[in-house]
Design a protein around this ligand. Structure first.
Ligand code: ACM
Ligand code: ZN
Length: 531
């Protein structure tokens, strides 16, 4: 063969090999995808003699620093010392005012070590979560402290990134909720919405109304199973949960659903209904026609007392007031409700609903809080400081437009993309007549702003998935329904739109399946992707 041809062939081989190396190098598996990632050739190996050098400004970040030590210890079985700079320093934690986002960070790994820069403890926390994902899983490398050289700059797309749990339908022990928080925080979710009350159970101790838990936290069975179900959280327990969540940079938003979804209240305090009678805590799914009465002063007093106690447990600035699925049948017939309607010159009960929330909102204003509300088109007006949650499987573009016109802020939890109680594939449970399939791909295919530009979507503050628990009897089942779909959602909430790619996400997933397996956390194996 001619020398020139041989050279050309060798060149082609080398070029092909180099391209392949580059393709390998470009492959990181971080979820959610960071804003900027640059992998370069080379490995840094973290070992037990190394130490962590911390900027003075971050010395008070004990929580994050011990998390950093734990993350490393889990990998290299050695707890690295935190010191001032010395010859063994290999991890450098720096306070950096140049990082503009309050949850942002940069992470650089090169031949001389690991460099973490952040401006807040939240940023530091998220940098550590990313670092944790960069370590090889045991099956991937024989060297547990081996890290590829990489340069990452990261910050979230949305300020609000939430999952919602529903302990009202099935009570989950506190430790289960803590585990749930651990995992969601590792994928950079920062809000846990707790649906604490519903027709099927009242789950929070209210000192002024002891029957709420004595009666309202118990139901005689669930969908005909003949087994009683009960449980509630004491205020002390919930305060502990709030404190725990804070260490994971997760804020808990409590929901007290009103004026519907209140059978557990009415079972305990039937006089709060339009037409009092003996009510029972519900045992089957569905929407009840029984609302609390909008015309009785004691209803407003009840909510003021309850919300005041709730505010004493949950210190954050948002409180969820429900507002969903409240049929107006009783209000249309009730003399108390009708009196308000005529006294105020209202034409329709939809205005009464608006009046009801305006009155409740006055309590929230006193408590220094803003309401979250499940968005219902028919409600005449919402308090101006409300956050509307888009959820119904109606035309989402229409609803978004309405919310914007009303001047409200919006959270996108659109059912078809983000109701993770829906089955994940054709053969999955629950088998209901009305739940659409919400596949992993469908969860990934979630565009929170539905094509609006950054300027046009100013009113959308983030995303949320809902894990309604009628059919989720325990936390293992909740994890199965949450993951891997919540990994997809984490990218809708955190990653910039231009960095999102279903193909890339699918490739990254293997690593996370391994992570879940190694940590013993339940997820649904996405077998349809392996075909
Ligand atoms: C809802 O799904 N009822 C908000
Ligand atoms: Zn009434």
């Amino acid at each position: 063969m001619h020398m020139k041809t041989i050279r050309a062939i060798i060149y082609l081989f080398v070029a092909f090999y180099a391209i392949n190396i580059n393709a390998q190098l470009a492959k990181t598996t971080i979820i959610p995808e960071p804003l900027k990632v640059n992998v370069s050739e080379g490995k840094f190996v973290l070992s037990p003699h190394h130490s962590i050098c911390v900027d003075k400004k971050f010395e008070e970040a004990q929580n994050e620093l011990s998390l950093l030590q734990q993350v490393i210890e889990q990998r290299i079985e050695s707890k690295l010392k935190i010191t001032r700079k010395d010859k063994n320093s290999a991890i450098f934690v720096k306070y950096d005012k140049g990082i503009k986002s309050k949850e942002g960070y940069s992470l650089n790994i090169n031949a001389s070590g690991i460099y973490i820069n952040a401006f807040t403890q939240a940023g530091l926390f998220y940098a550590i979560q990313t670092l944790d994902q960069l370590f090889p899983e045991p099956i991937e490398s024989k060297i547990p402290g081996e890290l590829a050289h990489v340069s990452i700059e990261d910050s979230p797309r949305f300020e609000y990134r939430a999952l919602m749990l529903d302990p009202a339908r099935h009570y989950f022990p506190l430790d289960d909720i803590k585990n749930y928080i651990d995992v969601m925080a590792s994928y950079k979710f920062n809000t846990l919405h707790l649906h604490l009350t519903d027709d099927h159970g009242w789950r929070v101790e209210i000192k002024k109304y002891p029957l709420l838990t004595e009666i309202g936290s118990k139901r005689k069975e669930t969908m005909g199973d003949g087994r009683p179900h009960e449980g509630f959280y004491s205020q002390v327990e919930l305060k502990e949960l709030v404190k725990y969540a804070k260490t994971k940079h997760v804020e808990i938003i409590p929901e007290i659903d009103m004026p519907g979804h209140g059978m557990a209240i009415l079972a305990a305090y039937p006089d709060l209904a339009c037409f009092p009678k003996d009510f029972e805590v519900s045992t089957v799914p569905g929407v009840s026609k029984e609302l609390l009465c909008s015309g009785k002063e004691e209803v407003y007093q009840f909510y003021e007392d309850v919300l005041t106690e709730i505010a004493g447990i949950f210190p954050n600035a948002k409180m969820h007031l429900g507002g969903d699925e409240a049929p107006l049948d009783r209000w249309e017939k009730c003399p108390h409700c009708q009196k308000v309607l005529s006294d105020k010159g209202m034409a329709h009960e939809d205005e009464l609903m608006a009046y009801f929330f305006e009155r409740i909102n006055k309590v929230l204003i006193k408590l220094g809080k803003d309401p979250l509300l499940w968005y219902e088109s028919n409600v005449k007006t919402y308090p101006k400081n409300s956050y509307a949650i888009l959820w119904r499987n109606e035309d989402p573009d229409d609803k978004m437009c309405e919310i914007q016109k009303r001047g409200l802020k919006m959270i996108n939890a659109y059912g078809r993309n983000a109701y993770f109680d829906y089955p994940q594939w054709e053969g999955d449970i629950p088998k209901t007549t009305w739940m659409p399939i919400l596949s992993l791909e469908k969860a990934y295919d979630f565009d929170p702003v539905r094509g609006l530009s950054e300027e046009e979507s100013y009113f959308i503050i983030g995303v949320q998935a809902c894990l309604w628990a009628e059919y989720l009897p325990n936390i293992d089942r909740v994890f199965y329904m949450t993951y891997p779909r919540a990994l997809a959602l984490s990218e809708a909430g955190w990653s910039s739109d231009k960095n999102r790619s279903w193909e890339k996400f699918k490739r990254k997933l293997n690593k996370h399946i391994l992570r879940f397996a190694n940590k013993g956390i339940n997820m649904r194996f996405p077998f349809e992707l392996k075909k």
